[in-house]
Design a protein around this ligand. Structure first.
Ligand SMILES: [Zn+2]
Length: 401
């Protein structure tokens, strides 16, 4: 047994004894979350429409795309307005896509599900640090809920812009790469797999107390970033050599690629610097946040490097651009929340779902290319909800225990 898991489990049991966790309260939390979520869904509809077009998401207010009339607030209520107007403009009768309604329902449902999970008595999100910090219900649950919701909304906007335009907006992925390690550290979801990297950061001494040590973490993180920077000239050469003819890379492609890699390296530096500060000088609960932050960094690196290396090898093997660089940038923040083990599960789950869904779609109708981003988001959701039982089941299957 490792140093982290027993205390995590003990903390979880501690939560059970707290008040306010009955089924009725859970239902009430989920209902309120659905209502608030549907309003967020209304805003995410605007983001999905405008972000890929480089338009502001706050200005101007919504208009009918057909007659140009401003949509009044009472016609802009989530779900209800669409149903009352039967999906048409009040003034010119132009139809609005049913997708607006479906996304409001989806975001409401996802918000309710995340709130349900975050407030469930047995759920370990944030448990490792919250008790030590002296936070009582509902604060740790609310913080974990808010952090996971940021990830969920990021996934939803990314998936639908990816489906519409085959791109994930850069401003989204880039800001999430900066914010995700810190959000994920507060969530504690990435600690669910337990054994990594707690063993890298915490040792047990002879007397049974935990000793923090950051050497192995800093070594792995630094080596990964050095590897990434050193691979840049090689990556440029791979694209020049194997993407030829109409697929040939222009100067802007190379610049964008380099900027994307450098941004990610830069985004990893602050959390890497903060981890040893939290571990070395913090209270036990700050150390627990530090462990979560370290796990987020390693998860982000694992997510980025796995797709990046597979993409480069694939480009060389198939002699065409096999790397969806948008997907690489997309998987990095997901990795923060899932940790290095979880993000690899999400990658495999995405590949399996992509194969299962993709083959019949190919056979039956569409020649349309489906981006990998939506599958990655589904893989992330699967691991976030069922990752731990899945992990234990697989370990039992392979090692027979
Ligand atoms: Zn109209």
């Amino acid at each position: 047994m490792n140093a982290g898991a027993p205390s995590a489990r003990a903390t979880v049991h501690g939560h059970c004894a707290e008040p306010g966790h009955g089924d009725n309260e859970g239902m009430a939390v989920a209902a309120i979350a659905f209502l608030l979520g549907s309003f967020v869904g209304s805003f995410l509809n605007v983001c999905i429409h405008r972000l890929p077009r480089n338009e502001s998401v706050v200005h101007p207010p919504s208009r009918c795309y057909s007659c140009g009339t401003h949509v009044q607030w009472y016609d802009n209520l989530p779900i209800v307005s669409w149903l009352i107007l039967r999906g048409r403009c009040r003034w010119c009768d132009a139809p609005f896509s049913i997708r607006y309604l479906l996304i409001e329902l989806l975001v409401g449902a996802v918000t309710a599900a995340v709130a349900w999970l975050a407030f469930a008595p047995s759920h370990p999100w944030s448990a490792l640090w919250a008790d030590g910090a002296g936070l009582a219900w509902p604060w740790p649950q609310s913080i974990a809920c808010a952090s996971v919701l940021v990830l969920a909304y990021f996934l939803i906007v990314s998936v639908f812009t990816d489906l519409d335009h085959m791109i994930i907006p850069d401003e989204l992925t880039k800001s999430m790469q900066v914010a995700a390690p810190f959000l994920a550290a507060l969530t504690g979801a990435n600690l669910a797999f337990g054994w990594l990297p707690i063993d890298l950061l915490m040792r047990i001494d002879g007397a049974g107390s935990r000793i923090a040590t950051v050497g192995p973490f800093l070594t792995i993180a630094a080596l990964s970033l050095v590897f990434l920077l050193a691979s840049l000239p090689i990556a440029h050469r791979v694209y020049d050599r194997f993407c030829t003819g109409p697929m040939a890379w222009r100067k802007e492609d190379h610049q964008g690629f380099r900027a994307g890699v450098l941004w990610f390296v830069g985004a990893m530096v602050p959390p890497i610097v903060v981890v040893p500060m939290l571990i070395a000088w913090g209270d036990p609960w700050l150390q627990a946040v530090g462990v979560g932050l370290a796990q987020a960094v390693l998860g982000s690196l694992a997510g980025w490097l796995s797709l990046y290396v597979v993409g480069l090898l694939g480009t060389a093997a198939f002699k065409r651009n096999a790397m969806g660089f948008g997907d690489v940038k997309f998987l990095a923040p997901i990795g923060c929340f899932l940790g290095p083990v979880g993000v690899l599960y999400a990658f495999f789950a995405a590949a399996i779902v992509g194969t299962v869904v993709g083959i019949p779609m190919r056979l039956f109708h569409s020649k349309r290319e489906i981006p990998f981003g939506p599958y990655l988001a589904i893989g992330a959701a699967i691991v976030l909800i069922w990752g731990v039982p899945l992990h234990h089941w697989l370990v039992g299957l392979v090692f027979g225990r």
